[in-house]
Design a protein around this ligand. Structure first.
Ligand SMILES: [Zn+2]
Length: 277
């Protein structure tokens, strides 16, 4: 079994979400992106060895930005309920609590995704309290983007994105106030990975995912933590379609991690989170 905790649907909505930043993002990842229908998307994941995939929506409040709708995520989940688990996003410029209530209670989505840089908000902003209260009440894990983002990379002005919103320490501020909410810091916060490691080690409700990284380029100190203090709180994620999951899985087995660590990262830790949903 392998659970990919960080998957984006390669549909037209994904492209329109990023607007004119789509092309430079694909370039940054040197991704071989092609739009697929739900069926070939599911088949591709299964061929990559994935048993379950957490589908993450994206919403961008930047100029020209768009959204992968929660309904779209739900529709993909319906196409293969054994494979897909859908997470919800919310629009900061609307009644976002009602949106989330609808996504969780009516659509049946299982968690929340926040991208602070695209949503132009710090994770410890007061306006997000409602979101965290809601997550606390309904036992919803939250995946938060941390660190640099490929979106806007190598574009003048970074496409308008401000990296500061991606600092892991802001998650420390909220994780301390919501000890029962699981926070997953996507991409382990590079270049603030030591900060991310400290937060995840200190707060037992905080996890890291290794998505977007080819394991052989993951900094040594992160690998050391993954294999020791954080072996129960590291999750495999790919960032599909930006990186092929099989590449990460294969390399993960080549970087001298303990056998038990690899199992924990590939599915055991994720399973513990999913079983509580
Ligand atoms: Zn992502």
């Amino acid at each position: 079994m392998i659970i990919d905790f960080h998957v984006h649907p390669p549909t037209n909505q994904f492209i329109s979400t990023l607007g004119e930043l789509f092309e430079p993002t694909v370039k940054y990842f040197r991704a071989n992106f092609k739009v697929s229908d739900y069926k070939s998307f599911a088949e591709d994941l299964k061929n990559e060895g994935i048993t379950k995939a957490i589908l993450l929506p994206i919403i961008s409040h930047l100029k020209g930005g768009g959204r992968i709708e929660n309904e779209h995520i739900k529709e993909i989940c319906n196409s293969d309920p054994d494979l897909f688990y859908g997470f919800a996003s919310f629009d900061m410029n609307k009644d976002y609590l009602s949106e989330l209530k609808y996504a969780i209670n009516e659509l049946g989505l299982k968690g929340i995704k926040i991208h602070p840089q695209l949503q132009v908000i710090r994770p410890d902003d007061e306006r997000l309290k409602k979101v965290y209260d809601f997550a606390d009440k309904y036992n919803l894990p939250i995946v938060i983007h941390t660190g640099i983002t490929g979106i806007g990379a190598n574009v003048k002005g970074g496409g308008g994105l401000k990296l500061d919103f991606g600092r892991p320490i802001y998650i420390d501020n909220v994780a301390s106030e919501y000890p029962n909410v699981i926070f997953i810091m996507a991409h382990f916060g590079w270049p603030w990975y030591e900060e991310a490691l400290a937060v995840a080690y200190h707060k037992a409700n905080v996890y890291i995912d290794i998505s977007g990284w080819s394991p052989k380029y993951i900094p040594n100190v992160v690998i050391r933590y993954m294999d020791s203090l954080l072996q129960d709180r590291t999750l495999f994620g790919s960032d599909y379609p930006m990186i092929r999951p099989s590449r990460i899985i294969n390399e993960l087995k080549q970087i001298n991690l303990k056998e038990q660590t690899i199992k924990k990262i590939l599915y055991e830790n994720a399973l513990k989170i999913l079983n509580k949903l």
